[in-house]
Design a protein around this ligand. Structure first.
Ligand SMILES: C[S@@+](CC[C@H](N)C(=O)[O-])C[C@H]1O[C@@H](n2cnc3c(N)ncnc32)[C@H](O)[C@@H]1O
Length: 232
């Protein structure tokens, strides 16, 4: 299996864009009726992208905060607080720009009713609660844990990680992004960070498609680490 290490800043959606021609991704996402779960999704931009690039019919998100707080936080990070967006559907319409190739292929953004048929975003729900208390046995072809594990203390972080793995189909793909130990902002905010060995140990039972470290903004170290792969 091809392994690739990169040090460039890549967002989850562009990572998938970048790797969607990888044989493992093509194989995993070449079916009909695919399902994806984005844990701690805030505004689930990676789900918007895969909805248009593959045949996903269920795109579920779990988010601790309310929809309006999630959108506000997203806009703040994107330095776009002046935009009058209230819902994730508003962000979807604004954020997902189809390129010429997409349009040539006949892709178009969907109306709100269609959007809500496929996107099931559960706000005000702690992920550990979802995994342990909610009666839902859906298994997913793709699970995303992006920048969420390091916001939770133990044992909650482990409950979330194990819950997510348990919901991943045997041939599904998982994407996990955490703060690197060298992340200066995380240190300041006292968010948890991960060492490389500790992070890689989490994926002992996985096939690695990508392990990626991205440089922090002042180029003095790494900001986060990403694992993208499948169960063995
Ligand atoms: C830093 S944001 C990351 C958002 C998105 N996943 C990304 O990578 O851009 C972390 C999000 O995870 C949510 N979150 C943190 N702990 C959570 C938990 N235990 N259950 C559900 N959501 C959680 C936060 O509310 C926040 O919206």
């Amino acid at each position: 299996m091809r392994k690739k290490e990169c040090v460039a800043e890549l967002k989850p959606d562009s990572i998938l864009k970048h790797f969607q021609n990888h044989p493992s991704v093509v194989k995993a996402f070449s079916k009909e009726n695919l399902s994806a779960l984005d844990v701690g999704c805030r505004v689930p931009c990676p789900l918007f992208v895969i909805y248009h690039d593959f045949n996903f019919t269920l795109l579920k998100g779990i988010e601790l905060s309310s929809e309006s707080d999630a959108v506000k936080s997203f806009l703040k990070d994107a330095k776009a607080e002046n935009l009058d967006l209230k819902t994730i559907y508003d962000v979807y319409l604004k954020d997902l720009k189809l390129d010429e190739e997409d349009i040539r292929l006949g892709k178009q953004l969907v109306d709100e009713i269609t959007f809500k048929k496929h996107f099931k975003i559960l706000f005000n729900l702690p992920a550990d609660w979802y995994f342990t208390k909610v009666q839902d046995t859906t298994m997913f072809d793709y699970v995303i844990l992006s920048n969420v594990l390091h916001l939770n203390l133990e044992p909650t972080a482990t409950t979330i990680f194990e819950g997510a793995i348990a919901r991943l189909k045997s041939d599904g793909l998982i994407f996990v992004r955490v703060n690197h130990r060298q992340n200066p902002v995380a240190k300041k905010l006292r968010h948890r960070t991960y060492g490389e060995r500790e992070f890689k140990k989490l994926f002992a039972g996985f096939n690695e498609i990508l392990f990626c470290k991205d440089k922090n903004d002042n180029n003095t170290g790494f900001k986060s680490m990403i694992f993208f792969g499948s169960k063995k």
